[in-house]
Design a protein around this ligand. Sequence first.
Ligand code: SF4
Ligand code: MSK
Length: 672
Amino acid sequence: MAEKAKKLADPVAASYDVASQKMIKRAQDLGVETVFDRAANMKPCSIGAGGTCCKNCSMGPCRLPLPKGGIEGKDERKGLCGATANTIAARNFIRMIAGGASAHSDHGRGVAEVFMAAAKKKTEAYKIKDTTKLLAVAADLGIATTEEVDGEQVQRNIDEIAVETAEAALNEWGKSEGELLYAKSKAPAALYETWKKNGVVPRNIDREIVEIMHRTHIGVDQNYQNLMKQGTRAAIADGWGGSMLATDLQDILFGTPYPVASEANLGVMKKDMVNLVIHGHEPILSEIIVAVAQTQEMIDYAKEKGANGIQLSGICCTGNELVQRHGVPLCGTFLQQELAIITGACDAMVVDIQCIMQNIANVANCFHTKLITTHPIARMEQDLEPGNVSHIEFDEHHAVRDATRIVKIAIDNFTNRKAEVMIPEEKSPIIAGFGVESIEYHLGGTFRGSYFTLNDNIINGRIRGVAGVVGCNNARTRHNEGHIEVVKELIKNDVLVLTTGCNAIACAMEGLLTPESAAVYCGPGLAEVCETVGIPPVLHLGSCVDNSRILLAAAEVVKAGGLGNDIRDLPVAGSAPEWMSEKAISIGHYFVVSGVYTVFGVTMPTSGAPVFQDYIFNEYEKLYGGMWDFEIDPIKHAHKMIAHIDKKRKALGIDKARERVLMDMSDRQALD
Ligand code: SF4
Ligand code: MSK
C-alpha cells in the first residue's frame, strides 16, 4: 500500500511572525521537514496531555482518560497498582518539576564550578568581573566580607572572599545539613515563614530533586498533597537556589546586565558575513566565543575568506544571555532554530544544553551548516555519523582554544554555501539588559527604599501592576501569537511586563522592547511612566535561569514598602502563554509558591485529574498566596491576570487611586 502523503503546515497558521512564515514555506519548497510539519502530522495524546498516563512501572503504561462529560460522583479510575488519577497526575507533575529544576540547577552547578576555577585563578579565560555583586552574594551566602583591623572594619581580601563564596555556593547542591541559604537571606521574611510553616524549606538542591524520583517510584508516595509538598521544595530549590545562583555567579563572572541596544529576528543574519549562531542556555562557552569573534585576527581571517566580518546571533537563552551582556542580536526563539539554518546563510550553529531540537542535525545536513555540539551531557547521535554534525567538547580550562576552533570552523565554511541564501528582512530594534539593579537605577529613588518610585507609581495607579511573562514556544499553538497578544493586552491595561526566555525574544521581534512602543501600545498611565523614565513597557530580564531576577525584583518591591509585607500581597501575576518545557513547570511552581498567581496557556498536565487540579488551582492560594490557572485564549488569559492584580489592589486599598488616573481632562476639570 502506498505510504500516506505527509501533510504540510500552513505557514501563516503556524507562525505569527512573517520571517518565520517565509522560512517555513522555503523549507517546504526545498523538501526540508520542520517541527511545524511534524506537528501537522502527529497529534498529541490527550491522556498524557491531561497528566493521567503513568509509565512508572512496566505493568503500564496505565492510561486513565477523563470520561466524556467529566467525573460524576467518585472518581473510580485507577492504574493496575491502584494509583488514582490524582496520584498519577501529581507524580507526573512533580517529575516535570524535577526535570526542570535539575536542568536549571545543573546549569547553575556548571557555572559555580567555573566560578571556583576563576576564584582560584586556575583558568585564564574567566575572571571575577563584578566585585560589587560578589560582595553582595558573599554576604547572602554567609561569608564575612569585612574583618577588623586596628579596631576598624575593613574589606577582606577579595580573592579569599571569592574562593569562600565559590565553596559556599557549591555546597548548596549537596550539603548534609541545614537549609537553602537564599531561602532566608533573599526571600521576604514573611515568605520564608510561610515556607517554614508548610514544611517546604529546601534542604539542598540535589536532595529535593532526588527525593522526587524516589517518592514517585511505584508504591511510595500516593497522596497528591504530600507529593506536591515535595514538588514545592524542589521548585523553591530551583527558583531561589539553582537558578538564582546561576544568575548571580554569571553576573559576577560576566558582568551584571545594564540596558543595551540590539536587534531581533532572523533578519539579523547577514548575507555577506560569516553567520555563527549560538543556541542553548549556558553562557560559559558563548562568552568566550564573543570575545574570540571580535579579535582582529578572526575578523581578518573572515575577510581572507571573502566575508565582510563575523555576525554572531543567538537563539533561545544563550541568545538571551548574550544580548543582555553584549548586545549580540537575537536570531530567534525556540521554534526558529531550524529556520535559521533554512536561510542557507548559517555557516555554523554551536549548541550547548537545553531546548536544542535533534532535528537541527537533519536540517544542517540539507545545507552547508556545520552543527557543533559542545557539552559532554548534550550530544546527538548524528555527531558520530558522517555529515555536518560534529562534537567539540568544550573545556573551560582551554576555553579560548576551543572557542577559536569553533569560530574558525564557521569562517572556513563561509565559502561552502550551496543553497541560495534567503535571509528574511524582518528584524526589530530592541533595548535589552534589564535586571534588578538596572530597574532600581531607572525606576528607583533614594527616598524610603530603592524601588520607591516604582512602588509610588503602582500606588498612584499609573502602573496597575507588574506581570512576569515568560516561557517557551509550543508547536501545538501558533508561534508567538499567544506571547504577543497576552503582553500587548497587559501593557494596554497599564501592567508593566517583566519578561525572560522565549517570551522576551517574541516581544523583541514584535518591537515591544523599545521605549517608543509605549506610546503605541500602552495605557496612559504606563505610557507616561515609560516616557518619563525612558524605559520600554516590556523589560527584558534575561534567560530562563534569570526568572530568579523576577523573584528578586518582587522582593525589592516588598522591601521598598507601601504594598504589603510579602510577594503574595503585591498586584502582580505570572504567565507562560506558550510553555512546553519541564523547566516552565518548575518556574511556574516556584512563582506560585512564592505568592504569585500564575496562568499557563496551550495545555495543562493536570486537566485529567480534576481534584488534584483544583488543589493547586484553588487550595494553594490558602497555603502560599499564589495559585495556578490555565487559559488558552490570550485576551482572557491577560484579563485573568488583570483581575487578580485588581483584587490585590483592592486588598491594599489602592484601587481608588487607579480610578483617578483613568480620569480625562474634563473629569479633572469637573472635580476642580
Ligand atoms: Fe500503572 Fe501503577 Fe505501574 Fe503507574 S505505577 S504504570 S499506575 S501499575
Ligand atoms: S529557551 S525553556 S524554549 S523559554 Fe530558555 Fe525558550 Fe522555554 Fe527553552
